[in-house]
Design a protein around this ligand. Structure first.
Ligand SMILES: [Zn+2]
Ligand SMILES: [Zn+2]
Length: 151
C-alpha cells in the first residue's frame, strides 16, 4: 500500500468522508512529505487540479489535526506547519538567529512528560514540539558583538 492509501484508510476509519477535495489534500501532503504549511499544501493541490479552495484546505487540515492524523508545529516561519503523525513523535530546536532547525529526539520530552504526569496528574500532549533558542554559531556571534562594544 502506498502512503496515500494508508492515509486515506486512516482518515476513513476516523469517519472522514473521502471527497475529491480531501483526497487531493491528502495527496498533496504525501507528495510534499515532511513539514508543509497551508499555503504550500494549497499550491501543491493546484498543480493537479484547480477545484480545491483554500478554506477547504484550512478546514480539512484542522480536522485531520483534531483526529491526530496530522501534527502541527510552529517553526518560526509565521505559519503553522503540518506533518503526518508517525508512531514516534519528533520535535525541533529552532534557532531564532539564523532560523536553522535541528531535530530533537522524543526521549527528551518523554522524560518531562512522565514528570508532569506524576506531579500534576496531567497528560501533556507532546506530539510535535518546537523549542526556540540560539544555536552555537549565533551565540558565538552574539558574544563577539558584546565583547567588541565593551572594548
Ligand atoms: Zn517536525
Ligand atoms: Zn543560529
Amino acid at each position: 500500500m502506498d502512503d496515500l492509501q494508508v492515509l486515506m484508510d486512516r482518515a476513513h476509519r476516523h469517519g472522514l468522508r473521502m471527497t475529491r477535495q480531501r483526497v487531493a489534500i491528502l495527496q498533496a501532503l504525501c507528495e510534499l512529505g515532511g513539514h508543509a504549511s497551508v499555503e504550500k499544501i494549497y499550491r501543491q493541490t493546484t498543480l493537479h487540479r484547480r477545484d480545491v479552495d483554500l478554506s477547504t484546505v484550512y478546514r480539512t487540515l484542522e480536522r485531520l489535526h483534531d483526529l491526530r492524523i496530522l501534527s502541527q508545529t510552529d517553526l518560526g516561519r509565521g505559519c503553522a506547519e503540518y506533518e503526518v503523525m508517525t508512531d514516534q513523535p519528533h520535535h525541533h530546536l529552532v534557532c531564532q538567529g539564523c532560523g536553522q532547525v535541528f531535530d530533537l529526539d522524543h526521549s527528551y520530552l518523554s522524560a518531562a512528560a512522565k514528570r508532569i504526569r506524576v506531579d500534576f496528574n496531567f497528560e501533556p500532549i507532546f506530539d510535535h514540539f518546537s523549542i526556540f533558542g540560539w544555536c552555537k554559531e549565533c551565540r558565538r556571534m552574539e558574544l563577539r558583538k558584546q565583547t567588541s562594544t565593551e572594548a
